[in-house]
Ligand binder design. Structure first.
Ligand code: FAD
Ligand code: SF4
Ligand code: SF4
Ligand code: SF4
Length: 373
């Protein structure tokens, strides 16, 4: 059991003003990591009937925690977090801190059949949760599962087999980090899979709050997915249905690859659309974000840089190295060192260029601009 120590924080009123109301919220759920007063619909808000008892500069925040400090869109020092979690600051400005970069894929046919790319994430999760792995101190994984009509839905998998239900990417955002709040208290050792903003929010929470309690009572291993952009579910669903003249329920798989959204329907039809046709529904948060490779996760996984049906794996922490080596040893994944790092760097520079334009626009309108130096 733990009780986080609360320090001076700008609190929810400032989070709302600087991030939520100014279009910078990515709906990651990290503000709800400690506080059950926050609920999520299209955006985070205070639950009806509750009031937030913190104002700018206040020292206390009920007994619950500080939403502002976990948000990946409020200023923080990335270098400080790198030093705390990886032992040193990253020297590579594009890729962040890393120990190894590999190409990987699952060797398990069942995983490969339903995975988004090489099934590396699902294989690492299954191996880490399985009784055969010395990592089995982990009590489960917080992942995203496809709900009815492709609604992205948080899911807690406590048994390896359950992870076969959670393969594949859903290109819609969801509050996920807040799932940790109740689960960590009960389970102590968790794996969390999320986008760059979600994993950053969790890292901030670990740094700000969990570092003050014994590690054996609260440990979270982070797997990040590469993420260029992510869409609000209602708008994405509407845009897809309008373009394809097909109900979203008829879609079997979606993939964003080489600038195209490729849709595979249940009756075997392939449809594809330039992803730029969806530009108008890309949130400002994603346009400002340059965290393509989830730089603060223990391991980051994507498809860019790898061959078709393989993954690129950026291994950042010592524990990340152990988790991957154990999966290699057990034979559930195979790896090579063939990765086109240049392709990844090109995408990051494109994101940086876009981000600078958004920052300029926000400054001109006197809107909040976070600083991650
Ligand atoms: C919104 C989004 C955008 C992405 N953009 C890119 C990109 O531009 N370039 C690139 O190389 N890769 C991108 N990826 C990553 C890629 O789609 C695969 O997730 C990654 O290559 C791992 O493949 P896999 O076969 O190992 O995954 P699998 O073994 O199939 O596992 C997929 C995992 O993704 C998680 N997941 C699914 N949907 C979401 C979601 N909405 N939010 C958080 N987690 C989710 C699930 O929990 C599951 O554990 C993106 C992923 C997401 C979710
Ligand atoms: S009580 Fe604290 S953590 Fe909760 S919303 Fe208010 S400021 Fe945020
Ligand atoms: S923590 Fe996430 S959900 Fe909360 S305001 Fe920040 S970006 Fe939005
Ligand atoms: S682009 Fe960045 S802000 Fe948008 S969902 Fe991905 S990691 Fe989050």
């Amino acid at each position: 059991m733990y009780s986080p120590l609360i320090e001076e924080s700008p609190g929810f009123l400032n989070l709302k003003k600087q991030v939520i109301d100014s279009g910078l919220c990515s709906l990651c759920g990290s503000c709800g990591l400690l506080c059950d007063k926050i609920e999520y619909r299209d955006f985070p808000s205070l639950r009806e009937g509750t009031s937030c008892n913190i104002t700018n500069g206040a020292k206390t925040c009920g007994t619950l925690g500080c939403c502002y400090d976990n948000c990946p869109m409020t200023s923080f020092s990335k270098k400080e977090l790198e030093s705390a979690f990886f032992g040193k600051e990253a020297s590579d400005r594009d890729l962040g801190m890393y120990r190894k970069i590999l190409s990987a894929r699952s060797t398990d046919k069942e995983i490969l059949n339903s995975a988004q790319n090489g099934g590396t994430i699902t294989s690492l999760l299954i191996n880490t949760l399985s009784g055969n792995s010395s990592d089995s101190k982990y009590k489960g994984a917080i992942v995203t599962r496809r709900g009815p009509a492709w609604i992205p839905t948080p899911f807690f998998a406590s048994k390896p087999k359950e992870l076969l239900l959670t393969t594949g990417s859903i290109y819609s955002r969801l509050p996920l980090s807040n799932q940790i709040r109740s689960l960590l208290r009960e389970k102590h050792y968790l794996i969390f899979v999320g986008t760059g903003c979600q994993t950053t929010g969790v890292r901030r929470y670990q740094y700000n709050f969990l570092s003050k309690i014994p590690p054996e009572s609260a440990h979270i291993f982070l797997i990040g997915v590469f993420c260029y952009e992510n869409f609000p579910y209602p708008q994405f669903k509407a845009a897809i249905q309008e373009k394809s003249k097909t109900s979203i329920n008829e879609i079997k798989k979606m993939d964003i690859n080489k600038g195209k959204l490729v849709i595979n329907t249940k009756d075997g039809t392939f449809l594809q659309y330039p992803i730029k046709e969806f530009n108008s529904i890309v949130p400002e948060a994603c346009k400002l974000c340059t965290n393509f490779t989830a730089e603060l996760a223990d391991i980051s996984v994507g498809s860019v840089g790898a061959k078709e049906t393989w993954n690129t794996l950026i291994i950042r922490s010592d524990e990340g190295v152990e988790v991957v080596e154990r999966a290699e040893d057990s034979g559930i994944i195979e790896t090579t060192t063939k990765v086109s790092v240049e392709t990844i760097r090109n995408i990051i520079s494109r994101k940086r260029f876009l981000s600078e334009k958004i920052i300029e626009k926000r400054r001109a309108k006197d809107l909040y601009v976070p600083n991650f130096n």
